[in-house]
Design a protein around this ligand. Structure first.
Ligand SMILES: [Ca+2]
Length: 381
């Protein structure tokens, strides 16, 4: 045996070991990098599982300060409207890609609040339960690894219009995180709710909306229920009131007039939110589904859910994906707000879909409740 056969150079033999070592180190580093994200997703999943809607009236077995109050089922429908069972065409052929395909859905009957939940109603819930909303809590450092502690302050997102025209492609230009903004102080610590008792509550996360619903013995509407209710018996119309945005020059919803986001003409009478019922109801007698405040739905958001969902009582997908922000499980919001214009957003259309992280509060977003319960007893002749 030649010496060089028995004593080959060490390097070629070690190459697989070195490559393997580099790969292993990279893998470990990737796991370490991903760990906070994985933990956050796990926490959100656990939280969302805990907050799943209660379909029906049973509220037993809850303890603690956020326990729902036992209520007489007859009082639950106070201020609610019965939406009879039926079929409707969901989606739009001329909207965004996630509004397609248009499909006929069949829904059971259900109750839905005639208006958005108001500040006065939300205050009663907070007084009775001591509930603290997401925006009032200090952000968990585990959700924001690397963030300086001084930046981890309770707050929420407020509209911050620029002085002049800006490209409409970057919404970060007109939104900012405001320390101390929450449902009691929608625009920040200097603002309050005086005179806004009948305005929709805003700056509430999906979790806050779910907590309110539990307390009230209600639930959030599914996305299908919301659109069915919003269409108000009008099939295939562009808006909830017909095909014209402001028939006869009369505004039908609290939305934006002027050039967005710097010119707020308020020709509908309101620069921000309006008291609920300030605009005409739709065909079901429901107010402000279009505009005023966005409304949380129960569903997770999935852009292609319409193509694959059940045709009867679709409950929403069991997973979420937003191509614009992969990795964040989002919930659906509907109806647009006082910030929507035909030049931007346009979400006062009944088919427009929005998706938002469930822990996010916004100055223009609230909710209304739904309820599964028997319909009204027909009047005797
Ligand atoms: Ca609304």
């Amino acid at each position: 045996m030649k010496p060089h056969d028995s004593q080959p150079s060490g390097l070629p033999q070690k190459i697989p070991l070195i490559v393997g070592g580099i790969f292993l180190a990279g893998f470990i580093l990737a796991i370490l990098w991903m760990l906070p994200l994985i933990r956050k997703v796990q926490r959100e999943k656990a939280q969302q599982k805990e907050m799943l809607p209660t379909y029906g009236l049973s509220q037993s077995g809850q303890t603690g300060q956020n326990a729902p109050v036992a209520r007489d089922p007859l009082t639950l429908t106070n201020g609610m409207v019965w939406i009879p069972p039926g079929t409707f065409l969901r989606g739009s052929t001329n909207g965004q890609v996630d509004e397609k395909p248009v499909r006929e859905l069949a829904l059971d009957g259900f109750w839905i609040d005639a208006t958005e939940v108001t500040n006065e109603q939300f205050e009663r819930f907070v007084k009775e339960t001591g509930y603290v909303t997401t925006a009032e809590r200090k952000p968990d450092p585990r959700d924001f690894p690397g963030a300086p502690p001084e930046n981890l302050v309770a707050g929420s997102i407020v509209f911050s219009p620029p002085p002049g025209e800006v490209p409409l492609t970057d919404h970060f230009i007109w939104w900012r995180y405001q320390r101390g903004a929450n449902w009691r102080h929608p625009e920040g610590p200097e603002s309050d709710l005086k005179g806004r008792e009948q305005h929709p509550v805003v700056q509430v996360s999906w979790f806050d909306a779910m907590a309110f619903c539990k307390w009230a013995g209600k639930r959030l509407p599914t996305e299908a229920e919301w659109e069915y209710a919003a269409r108000g018996r009008l099939a295939g119309k562009e808006y909830m009131w017909g095909d014209e945005l402001s028939p006869g020059g009369k505004w039908q919803a609290n939305i934006w007039q002027g050039r967005f986001p710097h010119e707020n003409l308020a020709s509908d009478g309101y620069r921000g939110t309006a008291p609920v019922k300030s605009f005409p109801p739709n065909g079901h007698g429901l107010f402000d589904l279009a505009g005023n405040a966005w409304e949380w739905c129960a569903d997770l958001y999935l852009p292609d859910y319409y193509a694959n969902c059940p045709a009867k009582n679709p409950p929403g997908p069991d997973t979420s994906f937003d191509p614009n922000e992969p990795g964040v499980a989002k919930r659906v919001q509907r109806g647009g707000s006082f910030l929507c214009t035909d030049l931007y957003c346009g979400a006062y259309r009944p088919s427009t879909r929005m998706k938002t992280s469930p822990d996010t509060g916004l100055q223009h977003a609230g909710f209304r409740c739904a309820l599964t319960a028997p319909g009204p007893v027909p009047a005797r002749n």
